[in-house]
Design a protein around this ligand. Structure first.
Ligand code: C2O
Ligand code: CU
Length: 499
């Protein structure tokens, strides 16, 4: 029997509160209340912190920057799924700010996008963010104003499942970052520099004028440091383990313009979650983690010693690291800071490897007639200026992308530039079209340079005005963003409801 439209929406519906994880692994929008709208369990977890200028100390050097409560990363937030998160934010910055809860499909007015979901919080003002967290997993919170993400204004948000079905002995968070603030001027200075070099955007238009002059280095922000959890390779965080344990690593990339490749020397990685949501386990040597992406992996601690936990920027030199150290191996000396584990060049995870753990098939053409609406979007650089466009338009002077509530929407993205674009959709999970029909549900995907093409599908089930943009902070600032605008309910006359 062919699935009806209603059954399809049950499978695909992953928006606010539509996701039932754990025990049964069934997706259903009918059986679950929508926590983000209904208020969840009612239990409230409250945090209060301040965004303010701070001195960030790294190995005896002091970098003036902006952070949350004086730390980089900011305070670790943890909350059980379904509970209500309340964060009282004080803006002690000499600028406007907001916080975005990256990856969580929450109510629109708490999403933290300045001038789209809220007026920016002025200097000296306070704002209370409060929403029910709809689904468990590894998330990031960060400022969504200008280039503030490229300062220290980010932190981890871990949502615990009601029933943990993954067995492990301990866990560590690993936040990967590229750092320039206070060392190479400010992020705003870096953007000025990019603008001053005109169209040297390291990957403008392809075809037509040819590719001459598009040097790989031009258009790239220079980072003197790469960090894991706010630590340099010379003074790394040490992850203590014992032989025989299973260790869960939550690998998150809040960097502003660095795609990292991640591996643990001497160990393989079993990928269990992508962007917070469970996937069928797959074993690899290395991950590519785009800006805004998260992967949870299990590492079987079966190879005693002191090992490099390495993150190297793609196509650039440099490295960030932590150390994995077995109890009782205090005598063995740590690997040198620059030591590059060979696992980085081993089996690399691809989107094609990932299957959502719910075992749900996205109906293919022929079963259903296809999405209600498709947006085909070209990603490209500007001509003669540092600019990054979606379909030739630069935000904020760009048209919204329209959807209607209830629609099955497909985005097809084509990269006509020489740079990676980690495209991030607010307010919804989408399913990556990876040719398996069982692609992972994610909120951020890397569209590869050199004519990379990628499609995803989502159900428009969380009304509001939602941001969709490249998670390279400089590309976003230079125009690579759109508002997804809900314009009304799906046209029921289309006849797809029958069946
Ligand atoms: Cu993590 Cu719109 O961003
Ligand atoms: Cu981009």
């Amino acid at each position: 029997m062919k699935p009806t439209r209603r059954q399809f929406l049950k499978l695909a519906g992953l928006g606010a509160g539509a996701l039932a994880l754990g025990g049964c692994g069934v997706f259903s929008r009918e059986t679950l209340p929508s926590p983000s709208r209904a208020g969840g369990t009612g239990s409230i977890r409250e945090y209060a912190f301040e965004a303010a200028p701070m001195d960030f100390e790294l190995d005896g050097r002091v970098f003036p920057t902006w952070g949350y409560d004086g730390g980089v990363p900011g305070p670790g937030l943890r909350i059980p799924e379904g509970d209500t998160l309340r964060v009282r934010l004080k803006n002690g910055l000499p600028a406007d700010t907001t916080i975005h809860w990256h990856g969580l499909p929450i109510v629109n007015e708490m999403d933290g996008v300045p001038n789209v979901t809220q007026p920016p919080i002025a200097r000296g003002e306070k704002f209370v963010y409060e929403f029910a967290v709809p689904t468990s997993g590894s998330y990031i919170y960060h400022s969504h104003v200008g280039l503030q993400l490229d300062r220290g204004l980010y932190g981890p948000l871990i949502v615990e499942p009601r029933n943990e079905d993954l067995a492990y002995d301990r866990e560590y968070l690993l936040m990967l970052d590229d750092w320039l603030d206070g060392a190479n001027g400010t992020p705003e200075d870096a953007l000025q520099g990019l603008r001053a070099t005109g169209d040297g955007m390291g990957g403008g238009m392809m075809g037509g004028g040819g590719m001459g002059g598009m040097g790989g280095e031009s258009g790239l922000v220079e980072y003197p440091l790469y960090l894991v959890n706010g630590r340099t390779p010379e003074n790394p965080e040490v992850l203590e383990v014992r032989r025989g344990e299973y260790v869960r690593l939550r690998v998150m990339n809040p960097a502003s313009s660095t795609v990292f490749r991640f591996a643990v020397a001497g160990h393989r990685l079993t990928v269990t979650h992508a962007d917070g949501l469970p996937v069928e386990h797959v074993e690899v040597d290395a991950l590519r983690v785009g800006m805004g992406e998260r992967y949870d992996v299990l590492v079987a601690a079966d190879n005693p010693g002191v090992w490099q936990v390495a993150a190297t920027p793609e196509e650039r030199s440099g490295m960030a690291r932590a150390l994995l150290r077995y109890g009782g191996s205090g005598a063995s000396s740590p690997p040198p800071a620059g030591g590059r584990p060979r696992e980085l060049d081993g089996r690399l995870l691809t989107y094609g490897d990932l299957r959502n753990a719910a075992g749900e098939s996205f109906p293919e053409g022929g079963v259903l007639s296809g999405p209600d609406r498709t947006h085909e979007l070209t990603l490209s650089g500007g001509m003669g200026a540092y600019a990054w466009a979606i379909d030739g338009q630069l935000y904020p002077e760009a048209e919204p992308l329209e959807v209607r509530e209830g629609e099955w929407v497909r985005f097809v993205m084509r990269n006509r530039s020489m740079m990676w674009h980690p495209m991030h959709l607010h307010g919804h999970f989408f399913q990556v079209e990876n040719g398996t029909g069982r692609g992972p549900f994610k909120d951020t995907v890397l569209v590869e340079p050199h004519m990379g093409e990628l499609a995803f599908d989502f159900v428009a089930d969380n009304p509001g005005q939602w941001f969709f943009h490249c998670h390279n902070a400089y590309h976003m600032e230079a125009g690579m963003a759109r508002v997804i605008s809900y314009t009304g309910a799906r046209d029921e006359r289309s006849g797809r409801e029958s069946g």
